[in-house]
Design a protein around this ligand. Sequence first.
Ligand SMILES: O=C(O)c1cccc(C(=O)CC[C@H]2O[C@@H](n3cnc4c(=O)[nH]cnc43)[C@H](O)[C@@H]2O)c1
Length: 241
Amino acid sequence: MKPILIMAAVPRELELLVNTLQDPYCDTDATFSATEGNIGATRLVCCAGGVGKANAASAATSLVERYRPELIIITGCGGAYPGSGLSVGDLALASDEIFGDEGVDTPTGWLDLGQMELPLLTKGVRSWYNSIPLARHEAQKAMKLAGSHGIQLVRGRFVTVSSCSGTKGRGQELARRYQAVCENMEGASIALTALRYGIPCLEIRGISNLVEDRDMSRWDISRAVEAAQRFVIKIVEEVSR
Ligand SMILES: O=C(O)c1cccc(C(=O)CC[C@H]2O[C@@H](n3cnc4c(=O)[nH]cnc43)[C@H](O)[C@@H]2O)c1
């Protein structure tokens, strides 16, 4: 049976999940070391591939080639945009992932990859530019599951950035440009890899911070990553039924 691949940036974003695995086994010799194990009848492979788009894309490619997963779940923390209604500790589910920095600055303004006619991926007659869709059906099931447990889950567009937004103004600009709810540094790369291989992909992040003028004393990464993992475990348990 094919496993579910769970990807995050850093180990603390997977700690609770890994500690929940039955019969865990960690392949420490692999280029991207991953911990395998079961939750119920479902086989999981958990990997913290590193921070940022480059690590995320290479880890996702390597793991997909190695494990051929049936589903990829991206988890971790993220920063909520002004106007999203999200607060620290809340949960967000991606409808689409957007490569927020890919484009060109011109004297008359910023242009995205669509305007540059430079697709990131072409399959047959379809091309994808900055925006990468995530699995609709799985996301609908996740929303339903959250509802049945009384968990508030906000579904919306996520932006993946190379340079984190450390001002409220930049957050407002990206939120407005993409009609997005939050940002992170890896999601779009993993979503693109999943789309390339035709594997459904879900992304659930806990909100660790608001995108505002930088004040790290207001962050709560522990709360965010715990909330996200608890919900991912619920999804996996639901799949196991
Ligand atoms: O030092 C800073 O100002 C700073 C700004 C944003 C993020 C960081 C991090 O150390 C966390 C990066 C890590 O967590 C995800 N993440 C969480 N919040 C954000 C955010 O507001 N913008 C972008 N990424 C965020 C991200 O996926 C990374 O894995 C430090």
